[in-house]
Design a protein around this ligand. Sequence first.
Ligand SMILES: O=C(O)CCC(=O)C(=O)O
Ligand SMILES: [Fe+2]
Length: 293
Amino acid sequence: MLISDDPDKQFETTQDLRNACLEYGSFMVINHELPDNLIMRVYKTLAKFFDLRKEEKREYETNDPTDMIRWGRWDSNLISTEFIKMVVHPTFHCPTKLADSEILQECIKRMRELGIQLLRGISKTLGFEECYIEKRMKLESGHDFISANDYRLRLNTENQENQLGQPPHYDTGLLVLLLPVESNGLQLEHHGKWINVNPQPNSIVVIIANHIEILTNGKYKSLLHRVVLNKKVRRISLPLFLGPSLDTKVSPTLEFVDEHHPPAYLVKTYKELLETNPYQVIDGMSCMKNVRL
Ligand SMILES: O=C(O)CCC(=O)C(=O)O
Ligand SMILES: [Fe+2]
């Protein structure tokens, strides 16, 4: 609808998008251009990678913050997940041990195109011309990464009720797009309560991340979210973190600054902000504590 030829429909969708950004910090996209069989093949390829023996994946267990690929596991009483993160734009990086990397690359390319369309829509909801965010954040050389997550079933463990796949967190970047998943687990914070995301089949869930909050001087807030372990099925997820180029200085846009709304964030390049995280360019951790004034 955002790209519909019918101006009324386009207007209505832009209004819905504005409300979703203000009220929830998240929305679902249906009727996108990612075919089911592409999605299915991506999940197969990721599952195959996660099923490799630990020794085989350890090659990507890096402590070097400049590495572009990083594998790891969190395994405690409360949190359990395995992940493989990789920088996918401007240059696509992928472990050689991940079969069918061209399928993953194609899928990410399409997710990125969708993300850019959504950022055009978001620019409009803010009263700017369509390409405002794209140009200001230099998305042509935007720094994007993915973090494939594997939340396995954990049987016979204590504390099952409270087990999380991801602790509550905010994401870095502008937008995070989640490849459609069949199983639930993602929860969003809304007015102090956790709400379950029950995605419609094949819908892409989108989350507003840190740098939209900075750009809008807090008008659109970065969304707190977490993942609870699904007790019935193994769940694999694939978020794409769309970000500004590393050299872009992200700061509140003047239109959102006045005497009642002074700038609430420091001016830093995306790279400087990411460098405050232990794994720098390949770390989805929120940077907000280092930038709020
Ligand atoms: O697995 C999910 O649904 C969300 C993952 C997530 O929030 C993240 O990787 O930052
Ligand atoms: Fe996240």
